[in-house]
Write a protein that binds this ligand. Structure first.
Ligand code: NAD
Length: 297
């Protein structure tokens, strides 16, 4: 298969990541099928995309006609089988848990054309853990985007144990064609590049918080003003969704059994309360105020 054989992209999962990934591909001319569990979720995902593009139109970065054309390239399809039958390239962006992802890949394998490539946007799960649910492991890879996909330029392309060179090349080529910059990991490992570096930073930040050395707001301030990061680790956790970090740590712990990989108390408490960060209006910070205010435990 060559890059020109990729004519239709299916994105599975229309949440924070999937809806915008679909939009990014459509903005670069690809017909995209967007799948999720219900028409309501799909509509919500597309409303979010329209709100983002409305801002671009208002700023003169694109015309209304360009926006309408790009939005029109996305077909909402709650029936996975129907969408998969037409797809040459599938990006899975469903919940960050191994079993649902394996089940999703097994269904995609059954429904997609034989040459189709299947990639996962998982933040931490390695493709070899997922691809064994299919009979096409050579055509499976990680394609890891960053939030928000309509803004963040980096995509990590990860070669799994059985991923072919051809697949890695195609995923990297497609990444460029849809306006993103790939980095290639020739070996898979949990957390890839960026999240491993981030985990080291966030782990230290949670440790300092748990030791009572400083408040999370002051740790954020220190990282922002001292290291010139645009957001401290707690603001970034809120931005990405606290449940994402929480589940990623539980998955890491299931593999390593190292207590250091368990979710920190301050994170667990908030996730169990349903305070998942910006998307629910509250996480480490309360977003009902301007500027957001630090929450209490
Ligand atoms: N949020 C981030 O910052 C971020 C960054 C990079 C990668 N990721 C990864 O992207 C994936 C999605 O994350 P998200 O933040 O968009 O999560 P999300 O919870 O916002 O969205 C997940 C969506 O998947 C849907 N879904 C669940 N099971 C499904 C199934 N079987 N078929 C179809 N749809 C299904 C849900 O209804 C939901 O709309 C995860 O693997 C996550 O690790 C997230």
């Amino acid at each position: 298969m060559s890059i020109d054989d990729i004519k239709c992209i299916l994105v599975v999962g229309a949440g924070q990541m999937g809806a915008q990934i679909a939009m990014q591909a459509a903005l670069h001319g690809y017909p995209v099928i967007l799948n999720d569990l219900s028409p309501d979720i799909l509509a919500k995902g597309m409303n979010g995309n329209r709100a983002q593009l409305d801002k671009r139109v208002a700023k003169g970065q694109m015309t209304q006609a360009q926006m309408d054309e790009a939005v029109g390239r996305i077909t909402l399809e709650p029936d996975l089988e129907k969408g998969a039958r037409r797809a040459d390239f599938v990006i899975e962006a469903i919940v960050e848990r191994l079993e649902p992802k394996r089940e999703c890949f097994a269904r995609l394998d059954a429904f997609c054309p034989a040459q189709a490539i299947l990639v996962s946007n998982s933040s931490t799960l390695m493709i070899s853990q997922i691809a064994t649910a299919t009979k096409r492991a050579a055509q499976c890879a990680n394609m890891h985007w960053f939030y928000p996909p309509l803004v963040m330029r980096l995509v990590e392309v990860v070669k799994g144990k059985e991923t072919s060179e051809e697949t890695v090349g195609l995923v990297a080529a497609l990444t460029k064609k849809i306006g993103r910059e790939p980095v290639i990991l020739r070996k898979e490992l949990p957390g890839f590049l960026v999240n491993r570096v981030l985990r080291a930073l966030a782990g230290e930040a949670y440790d300092l918080l748990e030791q009572g050395v400083a408040s999370f707001a002051d740790i954020d301030k220190a990282v922002e003003l001292g290291l010139n990061h645009p957001m401290g680790p707690f603001k970034l956790a809120d931005f990405s969704g606290l449940d994402i970090g929480y589940h990623a740590r539980l998955e890491a712990y299931a593999v390593t059994r190292d207590p250091k990989d368990l979710p920190p108390v301050a994170l667990e408490k908030r996730v169990k309360r349903g305070d998942l960060g910006r998307k629910t209006g509250k996480g480490f910070y309360d977003y009902s105020t301007v500027p957001p205010t630090p929450t209490q435990d």
